[in-house]
Design a protein around this ligand. Structure first.
Ligand code: NAP
Length: 492
């Protein structure tokens, strides 16, 4: 009996996308995996037709049916207006885990060749600054909200530990900037520390993200699985790709609870579009992650071995690699020729590196349910009090003028605790004199310790402040379970 074909949504994408995607599809077919591809559109052409999401309804419907996507790169309109279709896809299907392996490949020269670099970067894919919540507070002051949640952190950190456990990896490194962003990055770090005790067989370490970059450049083999927040992960996963040969060799999988999307890390490389010269390895390696995800582990191993043989023998070398190795760029292999070589090498095993047929179990999404350290019941049980508010103002007034004027508006319940400019206290005077930028923050707190401030108190305050100053936004100050929900200003 013939096995039922897998149904997979394929998005060829923009630029070189269709070339690298076709290459992977041909290789998958040659390895004997039956796939019923549902071809779908997203990206540049869709934007041009006026769909501002870049992901049409039919494409969403196909993904809801198949739950698995192989996708080429999508061009992002630069500037204002449209959001990236890539980010839209990740958000629509809540693919919260961006997994980017970086493993040394034979025949691909790097500064670290022979050292055995083999790490997986697990990047949170939904929140952080990539929530894309930005505002111009004034015509000259922009802000972006960095949103880190306990739920989002727990999901990705548990994913990383489960991945390490399944693949028999020894260490998970959590990379944050918790020393500076104590509440946002700090929440991620604390969640990591809480969850790590559930995985006693795995070494759990925390490193500050800038040191991770430094250590990766210095001694990359020390890393095994690295879990981190969205922006950190974006940057260090590209760094990790650079350690093992660059964008032409960097695969990725975006995993959610229901949907997984597989794509190369690189973009649409428009200058190479339609020329049949681009290196398809990254997309082929991404398609291997996809095959493992759908249970086609034997075919994945066979294709991976064929890729390793092709790179190791170096008979078919794409332009980018020829450039790196000082080879014959003019007579380099085309995308099609390179893919033909991989197909011809199916069934062979690499000579200089271990065969992937003997590799450890498949990398499919975490199956363990979250431990529910977050959620409405847990949150509702936390003892809380509102103790004041931060009011942000559009104002070029000198601190010595703005401070007393704001203090006079505080009323009976609240008092002005301080005024700052970009996080540095300027009133009361600390001797610090930061450059004025046209926005001040005034922090008002309850006059009496332990007294709760009501919404009416804050509304009344806003009314009074609004008569003298143009306020831009307000943040309530809470105490949750005895802990302040806000950070102090520099100098406070
Ligand atoms: P890019 O398309 O990744 O290309 C930058 C450079 O990387 C290329 O010029 C080329 O370098 C090298 N490169 C990329 N893919 C390669 C491959 N398969 N083999 C060998 N070398 C490769 O980045 P970009 O030019 O910044 O972005 C172009 C468009 O893609 C933008 O619209 C961007 O928004 C989009 N993008 C999409 C995704 C995605 O869909 N996931 C990701 C990133 C960017 P040389 O010039 O040195 O040959």
């Amino acid at each position: 009996m013939t096995a039922q074909p897998h149904r997979i949504t394929v998005i060829p994408g923009d630029g070189v996308g269709p070339e690298v995607v076709r290459s992977a599809q041909r290789i998958i077919a040659a390895a004997g995996v039956a796939v019923d591809w549902e071809e779908a559109e997203a990206g540049a052409e869709v934007f041009k037709r006026g769909d501002t999401s870049g992901v049409p309804r039919e494409t969403r419907a196909s993904i809801e049916r198949t739950r698995v996507v192989l996708k080429g790169p999508l061009e992002t309109p630069v500037g204002f207006g449209e959001k990236s279709a890539n980010v839209t896809l990740r958000k629509l299907f809540e693919t919260y885990a961006n997994v980017r392996p970086a493993r040394e490949l034979p025949g691909v020269p790097t500064r670290y060749a022979g050292e055995g670099v083999d790490m997986i970067i697990v990047r949170e894919n939904i929140e952080d600054l990539y929530a894309g919540i930005e505002h111009m507070q004034t015509p000259d002051v922009a802000q972006c909200l960095k949103v880190i949640t306990r739920k989002g952190s727990e999901k990705i950190i548990r994913y990383a530990f489960e991945l390490a456990r399944r693949e028999g990896r020894a260490k998970v490194t959590c990379a944050t900037k918790a020393n500076i962003m104590k509440l946002t990055e700090g929440l991620f770090k604390r969640t990591f520390e809480q969850l790590s005790v559930e995985y006693p067989e795995i070494t759990a370490e925390h490193l500050i993200i800038d040191n991770v970059a430094h250590q990766m450049a210095k001694n990359p083999v020390q890393f095994d699985v690295v879990v981190t927040t969205n922006l950190n992960g974006d940057i260090i996963s590209d760094l990790a790709s650079g350690l093992v040969g660059g964008l032409g060799f960097a695969p990725s999988g975006n995993y959610g609870d229901g949907v997984a999307i597989f794509e190369a890390v690189h973009g649409s490389a428009p200058k190479y579009a339609g020329k049949d010269v681009i290196n398809p390895t990254a997309l082929i390696l991404s398609s291997l992650m996809m095959l493992r995800h759908i249970g086609e582990t034997a075919a994945a191993a066979a294709i991976e071995d064929a890729v390793l043989v092709t790179l190791e023998e170096g008979k078919a070398v794409t332009q980018d690699l020829a450039r790196q190795t000082g080879g014959d760029v003019e007579h380099a292999a085309s995308t099609t020729g390179f893919s033909d070589s991989i197909i011809a090498n199916l069934g062979r095993r690499p000579a200089t590196v271990p065969s992937r047929a003997d590799a450890t179990p498949p990398a499919s999404p975490a199956t363990r349910r979250p431990s529910w350290a977050y959620g409405p019941e847990v949150s509702a049980a936390v003892e809380r009090r509102t103790i004041g508010a931060d009011i942000f103002l559009e104002s070029w007034a000198a601190p010595g003028e703005a401070g007393p004027a704001l203090a006079a508006l505080a009323g009976d319940v609240l008092l002005l605790q301080m005024v700052d400019s970009r996080g540095t206290m300027v009133f009361p005077d600390t001797g610090l004199n930061p450059d004025a930028v046209g926005v001040l923050r005034a922090r008002f707190v309850a006059r009496e310790d332990g007294v709760a401030v009501s919404d009416a108190d804050i509304a009344g305050l806003l009314g009074r402040v609004g008569e003298r100053f143009a306020w831009t936004h307000v943040e309530k100050l809470h105490v949750f379970a005895g802990e302040p929900s806000y950070t102090k200003a520099q100098g406070q």
